[in-house]
Design a protein. Structure first.
Length: 158
């Protein structure tokens, strides 16, 4: 597990966007999560709701997370939640994903939200166990072929 003192989120800028687009997950995960470039295009198309951030450990780019905050969305799963989480293949298993999820949940609480969602592609190499371990629980919903999980934010600590 990595020390969280060196971990931080940063906004995407002209100086780091190329490195962000080169970030790759493991080959067996590539069908489970969209590439960062796709996510950034989606963020560009949804600037009022998308919250894309890069995960750094010191000077090393280790991941990407994108949340969405649209409390007025008619679709509950899109009101507050994690849209994407990409941790670089050679940096997985070191706590970076956990840090990124905790940062999104802290931002959600800061925005006054009481519940957050995430969705995942079911499968052997999917992130279901990871999200369940963090406290998300399946809602019974499936959106675009992905299982929806939710977590209540009251009482959670950073």
């Amino acid at each position: 597990m990595t020390s969280t003192s060196s971990l931080r989120l940063e906004k995407i800028t002209p100086d780091n966007v190329a490195a962000a687009c080169r970030l790759d997950v493991r080959p067996d995960q590539q069908d489970l999560v969209a590439p960062v470039a796709w996510s950034l295009a989606e963020a560009y198309a949804n600037p009022e709701t998308a919250w894309p951030r890069l995960v750094f450990d010191g000077d090393a780019l280790v991941g990407f997370v994108m949340a969405g905050f649209d409390p007025q969305s008619p679709v509950e799963v899109f009101r507050c939640g994690i849209w994407r989480l990409n941790i670089a293949a050679d940096h997985q298993g070191r706590g970076y994903g956990r840090f990124a999820v905790a940062a999104v949940l802290a931002e959600a609480r800061r925005r006054g939200q009481s519940r957050a969602t995430v969705s995942w592609v079911p499968g052997d190499h999917g992130p279901e166990k990871f999200y369940l371990k963090l406290g998300f629980r399946p809602t019974g919903e499936v959106v675009h072929g992905e299982v929806v999980g939710a977590i209540l934010l009251s009482g959670l600590q950073d």
